[in-house]
Design a protein around this ligand. Structure first.
Ligand code: R1P
Ligand code: URA
Length: 245
């Protein structure tokens, strides 16, 4: 049985949300400062809740009810967001984030669509043994790719890396485990990993376990607004497909 933690308002304990507050489609940026930008690109939107790192807006695009909820930095808080949002009606998640490119051919302004994530973080080990892959939902991934094509955005779809230590990645030489970190990083690059970020693995693994759908699009230091628009278009594609099926 799934334990339900509620706050004094009878809302989900961390995100402070109840059934009806969010749409079934929810964008998940890490940064709470990105929530208003995403909501401003909906046709209409309104603030719903704000608690800790979790800021939520709901609105509509083409009549489809959608929400955006920030997850904060890292897998522990992203895991909580997916768990609690799914308990109030969300079932399809698109992470919209920033990330560091891991391949030379990825250029500023491109986007990366994460088909799966290296579980280089601690949270998902408390859900599933490491042999279990962190994989995005194929329909969400395909919708993101189709949307990027439609909007003429150069995209790369493939493996991404989710880590726990931002500075271990950007300044590995200053870490006591520098040699190990460098070696592991070289393995990920040799295996073709495209970009490094901090939340996708948790979002993917928990979505698999809870029978939810998740995907991820990452902005490579280009226009965040253009990246978000790909996410919005992906929702239109997914909604059209769900109506047709
Ligand atoms: O741009 P957001 O979504 O916040 O995500 C990235 O930025 C943060 C690190 O600066 C981490 O959360 C990383 O995953
Ligand atoms: O290099 C980067 C940039 C954004 N987020 C990360 O996790 N790493």
């Amino acid at each position: 049985m799934i334990e339900v933690f509620l706050n004094a308002k009878n809302n989900q304990y961390h995100v402070d949300l109840k059934e009806g507050d969010v749409g079934k489609y929810v964008f998940l940026p890490g940064d709470p400062g990105r929530v208003e930008l995403i909501a401003s690109l909906f046709d209409e939107s309104w603030a719903v809740a704000e608690n800790r790192e979790y800021k939520t807006y709901t609105g509509t695009i083409d009549g489809i009810k959608v929400s955006v909820c920030s997850t904060g930095i890292g897998s522990p808080s992203a895991a909580i967001a997916v768990e609690e949002l799914s308990r109030v009606g969300a079932d399809t998640f698109i992470r919209i984030g920033t990330a560091g490119p891991m391949q030379d051919y990825i250029k500023k302004g491109d986007v990366v669509i994460g088909t799966s994530a290296i579980r280089d973080e601690g949270t998902t080990r408390q859900y599933m043994p490491l042999e279990f892959p962190a994989v995005a939902d194929i329909s969400v991934t395909n919708a993101l790719c189709e949307a990027a094509k439609k909007l003429n955005k150069t995209y790369h779809a493939g493996i991404i890396q989710s880590k726990d230590s931002f500075y271990g990645e950007v300044e590995p030489e200053t870490m006591p485990l520098a040699a190990t970190l460098k070696e592991r990083w070289q393995c990920w690059v040799a295996g073709g990993a495209l970009a490094s970020e901090m939340e996708a693995a948790a979002i993917y693994v928990i979505s698999s376990i809870r029978k939810l759908k998740a995907g991820c699009i990452l902005n490579m230091k280009g226009s965040m607004e253009e990246t978000i628009k790909v996410g919005l278009e992906a929702i239109r594609i997914l909604e059209k497909q769900s109506k047709e099926s």
